[in-house]
Design a protein around this ligand. Structure first.
Ligand SMILES: C[S@@+](CC[C@H](N)C(=O)[O-])C[C@H]1O[C@@H](n2cnc3c(N)ncnc32)[C@H](O)[C@@H]1O
Length: 274
């Protein structure tokens, strides 16, 4: 593989573009990371400079290349039942939520859902804790900017090592075992899968088209690359979609310094709409 140099003025082009299109704020220290992660892509495309790649990226109207670019420079790391303290909190919150409902209907948004572990965890959690789970009309909107991770999420097919640490009872009800040439893998069960609507969606530039509000929003470990104004704006838009009392879940390393008048910290990066 040819090693292609990333010049300072080229880095500046990417820095501006990615900020405008995705809200990701790249510091100069990321030069080596971008060069390292994108060299392979340039070689695949038979390009000889980062300037050529920049032109290719901005002219791709499908958004596919932007999605690949974002996957290359950020992380899609996720797991089932990530941030365990939040699931413990949700267990204590669920009875009040159920009691407040006139209809057995729940609408939840997993914003920045990566390969699907988060929305499927929400369903596994609800299946485990709602006795009459089957009677509920539950829809999870699961969105991400990367088509690559969404394709994996839609497939709902996971390696044993990512599933087998979960409680057996949950695994038994949520997955079908499938035999592959690499051994046993796990396929999310159709009755759960059909409750998730996966959509390609850019949280920074796409319009908020939602007609109804959500009972809770998860946006965990997504805003870590955003700068303060972008984060501020997005949180503001989330609050318009949450009814009073509803929770907003962020990643455990994320905290809010703004929106104190509309969101109250309950602990473990869980905020409640006031
Ligand atoms: C580290 S993963 C977090 C996955 C999951 N929420 C969790 O906490 O396990 C971050 C995800 O955010 C997505 N993402 C980053 N910027 C985004 C944007 N502007 N719009 C939508 N999704 C974005 C990435 O593609 C990635 O899949």
């Amino acid at each position: 593989m040819r090693e292609i140099e990333l010049r300072a003025e080229e880095f500046e082009l990417f820095r501006r573009y990615v900020y405008e299109r995705v809200g990701i704020s790249l510091s100069m220290q990321k030069t080596t990371l971008i060069k390292g992660r994108l060299n392979k892509r340039l070689n695949q495309l038979n390009l000889t400079s980062f300037r050529e790649y920049y032109d290719f990226l901005v002219s791709d109207e499908s958004g596919e290349e932007l999605s690949l670019f974002v996957s290359a420079i950020s992380t899609n790391v996720t797991s089932f039942f990530r941030e365990s303290a939040q699931w413990t909190w949700l267990e204590s919150y669920l009875p009040a939520l159920v009691a407040s409902k006139k209809e057995k209907k729940l609408r939840i948004w997993s914003a920045g859902c990566s390969s699907g572990e988060e929305p499927y965890t929400i369903l596994m959690f609800l299946q485990h804790h709602l006795r009459d789970f089957e009677e509920w009309d539950i829809k999870i909107l699961a969105t991400d900017i990367s088509s690559k991770v969404l394709a994996k999420a839609i497939k709902g097919h996971y390696e044993a090592k990512n599933v087998e640490a979960l409680p057996k009872e949950i695994v038994h009800r949520a997955f079908d075992k499938i035999r592959t040439e690499n051994g046993i893998n796990y396929q999310i069960a159709p009755h759960l899968q059909e409750k998730v609507m996966f959509r390609l969606y850019n949280l920074v530039t796409d319009p908020f088209f939602f007609k109804n509000r959500f009972d809770m929003i998860f946006c965990r470990n997504v805003m870590i690359y955003f700068d303060d104004p972008t984060r501020h704006d997005l949180i503001g838009r989330f609050t318009t979609l949450l009814p009073k009392g509803a929770p907003l879940f962020l990643g455990s390393s994320e905290s809010l310094t703004s929106h104190r008048e509309t969101l109250k910290l309950l602990g473990s990066s869980i905020y409640q709409r006031l």
